[in-house]
Ligand binder design. Structure first.
Ligand SMILES: Cc1cc2nc3c(=O)[nH]c(=O)nc-3n(C[C@H](O)[C@H](O)[C@H](O)COP(=O)(O)OP(=O)(O)OC[C@H]3O[C@@H](n4cnc5c(N)ncnc54)[C@H](O)[C@@H]3O)c2cc1C
Length: 259
């Protein structure tokens, strides 16, 4: 349960930012994760009245507001077309429909959770975190930044021509993933993200010539990440699954886009 002394609907991003500078205050997105923290907040800052709940699309980019829900993202026709269903695939296994109707892109990306399907997906795209004070930061850099008191206003995804696919492996449907895998292939570069290792998603980039030997590529990339054990799986098992997921994700790309 979310416990706080004050619940404030911010009237501007500046007000939300100022309030968020106090250690005992927190921004709330969909409250899916925040409510699980065993903590009494002084002020919880609600940014739902700041118009951050839209997905805007033009010829070059998608601008996805921080308060867009995972369901809105999952069912956005423009995102569906651009990623050929990869974003939908990354989101559809997260808990259930009612849950995804409430949790937000902002909370999911700002949280930089180790298990995050959302971060694993966006980190391989030409995407950027839009921060109120720090400005626009490439997603793979944002993933590594220390937690601070900035506010994520949204994410920007450039429509760079990419072949994209996503896979995850769960012990049981709707559970946290054991391993996640996203791949984006550009004109000369392949980017592969492996997440839930159980640490958060990171990427490897290589020249597309490496795909001449897909088995070799999958083995080499899977081996290049660190894995650890937790109650869901051992590190050794995760590494094995990562290699399998890389191969499967490359196959999905072949099926969706052809050779
Ligand atoms: C039981 C459970 C299972 C889950 N399973 C999965 C899964 O399988 N895969 C997956 O990818 N995710 C999973 N998640 C994570 C979920 O999808 C959301 O990412 C998570 O709930 C955070 O989103 P939220 O909108 O609820 O954020 P909140 O809980 O409201 O906030 C999360 C954190 O981000 C901060 N925050 C929120 N919005 C902003 C903002 N705009 N700017 C700055 N800081 C902000 C908050 O202060 C808080 O620290 C799971 C969560 C739960 C509770």
């Amino acid at each position: 349960m979310l416990r706080c002394n004050n619940y404030v609907f911010a009237k501007s991003l500046e007000e939300a930012y100022e309030l968020n500078q106090k250690r005992n205050n927190a921004v709330v997105g969909g409250n899916g994760w925040l409510r699980l923290r065993k903590r009494q907040w002084d002020t919880v800052i609600d940014i739902s009245e700041l118009g951050l709940d839209n997905i805007e699309e033009n010829d070059d980019v998608f601008k996805i507001g921080a308060m867009v829900t995972l369901s809105d993202l999952e069912h956005d026709p423009g995102i569906e077309k651009y990623t050929k269903g990869a974003v939908r695939e990354s989101l559809m296994h997260i808990v259930g429909t009612q849950f995804r109707n409430t949790v937000t892109v902002g909370g999911s990306i700002f949280g930089r959770f180790g298990f995050s399907d959302v971060l694993s997906m966006f980190i391989v795209l030409d995407s950027y975190a839009e921060l109120y004070k720090s400005g626009i930061v490439p997603m793979h850099e944002f993933a590594k930044m220390p937690y601070d008191n900035d506010i994520l206003t949204g994410i920007v995804v450039k429509k760079t021509p990419l072949k994209i696919a996503y896979s995850s492996f769960r012990n049981q449907s709707t559970d946290f993933p054991v391993v996640t895998c996203a791949i984006a292939i550009g004109s000369d570069k392949i980017t592969t993200a492996i997440g839930a290792r159980p640490s958060k998603a990171d990427i490897r980039t290589a020249h597309i010539d490496e795909l001449k030997d897909k088995e070799g590529y999958a083995a080499k990339i899977a081996k290049s990440f660190d894995y650890a054990s937790n109650l869901r799986a051992s590190g050794e098992y995760r590494e094995h699954i990562a290699e399998v997921l890389i191969k499967r994700t490359l196959e999905k790309i072949e099926v969706s886009y052809g050779n």
